[in-house]
Design a binder for this molecule. Sequence first.
Ligand code: ZN
Length: 307
Amino acid sequence: MSTVKGEGSVITNGKSNGISCEKLCFPKETESSGSSTDLPTDITENGTRKDDNLFADQPEATSGPAKSTVKPSSVSPAVSSIATPSLKMSPRQYNRLLLTQTYGSSYEVDEDYEKGSEEGLERVKELTVFYKNLLSSVGEDINRQGLLKTPERAAKAMWYFTKGYRQTIKDVVHNAIFEEDHDEMVIVRDIEMFSLCEHHLIPFIGKVSIGYLPRNKILGLSKVARIVEMFARRLQVQERLTKQIAKAITDAINPAGVGVVVEATHMCMVMRGVQKLNSKTMTSAMLGEFRDDPKTREEFLTLIGTN
Ligand SMILES: [Zn+2]
């Protein structure tokens, strides 16, 4: 495998020529047209959170009781004209009032939905409006019985699919780094992964296998899967996802080496474009001894079943 310097390499079986979706229908020359000023402040241009470089002291931005992010002044004029917040209302109550007035009393506020975070409710509300427009744009009747709650459902689903933006590695590996005098390879194989391709917002689905050589520190096994989940629940390209996982494990426990192999089917290739039903894209990232020592790499690839 010609993996160098921790760059993900791409191997594809099937006849699809080793191209991942974004290269198929997103030619390079148009790729850099986006402006970084459009990005939320805590997400960098390549879709990484600034605090993915963890363990630096940082405020608990995404966990704990939600701070109020909804102020009456941030609400669009059309909406604020119908809501009449009382001074005693908490931002959350105010938000519910808005939701009820905008969508009627049938709007269900799911208590467990991101722990009822104000930001979550506000964003889901925005997304609901977008999805309504989307339905109209494709020629649907948004008042058709079967579609009445679709915008809201789709909004909640999209909010869930992108929940990784609201997590940090620090939250995820919290209290699960253990001192252990163990220096044999640790492998977690076939972790299921569901992500969205950032070029089409269409799923890519697959599995991730991770190995590392501990240097007196090991990571709780379930946390390995949660690291995968955190990065997968963002808009991604498979190559970056692979590297981010490898780097996060390196940063967390400073192992002698890390290997990550991701094998995925991209629905944007399957359902559109070249329509290659059985093509799989494989990416790998090898760091430390996994990169420098062919025997370590071989052992890893054999144990995860790709050799
Ligand atoms: Zn795609």
